[in-house]
Design a protein around this ligand. Structure first.
Ligand SMILES: Cc1cc2nc3c(=O)[nH]c(=O)nc-3n(C[C@H](O)[C@H](O)[C@H](O)COP(=O)(O)O)c2cc1C
Length: 168
């Protein structure tokens, strides 16, 4: 028996669990790819994190019930667009009506035509390297092919609200 086989007590109080998780401050990203028919798809994601420097790996997790789950399950590339403090509306938009997410949004094509959102403070263009079971989510690990970063204040998310950081 290894760690993953060990039975863990389930968090019975889902609401309390969500509130506790909300005490962990994250940045906000929009993760994009191209669906099989070539249409751009994407969603707001705060489960993004770094994994490895060498090779350069990052991860995030996608809800299996989400509209674009099949597209991200199948994709061999995705782009992570890191949102700045002035992009709260984009965060809301990419968590809103699925078919309207790219309406009036400025994009530029990355490698293989990956949709990159203009005005972000960083981008990571990734190749899908691993897919892991994550309960009601699927964990995707990407190897970073190309990245860019630009000056600007980060958009933060915690306790169901947006904020900005101040150094102490
Ligand atoms: C700040 C924020 C962070 C989110 N993080 C994730 C995430 O890490 N993974 C995920 O699958 N959905 C995440 N969501 C939800 C999706 O953006 C989106 O609301 C969800 O995919 C529902 O859209 P659907 O209509 O495509 O199902 C997040 C939403 C917000 C507002």
């Amino acid at each position: 028996m290894n760690d993953t086989d060990t039975p863990h007590p389930r968090p019975v109080d889902t609401r309390a669990f969500r509130i506790a998780l909300g005490r962990f401050v994250t940045g906000v990203t929009v993760i994009t790819t191209l669906a099989r028919d070539g249409r751009p798809v994407g969603l707001t994601v705060n489960s993004f994190n770094s994994v490895s420097l060498d090779p350069p790996l990052v991860l995030w997790s996608i809800d299996r019930r989400g509209s674009f789950y099949d597209a991200f399950l199948a994709c061999d590339r995705f782009a992570v667009n890191v949102l700045g403090a002035g992009q709260r509306d984009l965060s809301r938009k990419f968590a809103g009506i699925p078919d309207e997410r790219f309406d009036d949004v400025n994009i530029e094509p990355g490698q293989g035509g990956l949709p990159l959102l203009k005005g972000c403070i960083a981008w990571f263009e990734c190749r899908t390297r691993h897919r892991y079971d994550g309960g009601d989510h699927l964990i995707l690990v990407g190897e970073v092919d190309r990245f860019e970063h630009h000056p600007g204040q980060e958009l933060l998310y915690f306790a169901g609200q947006y904020g900005i950081a101040s150094a102490i």
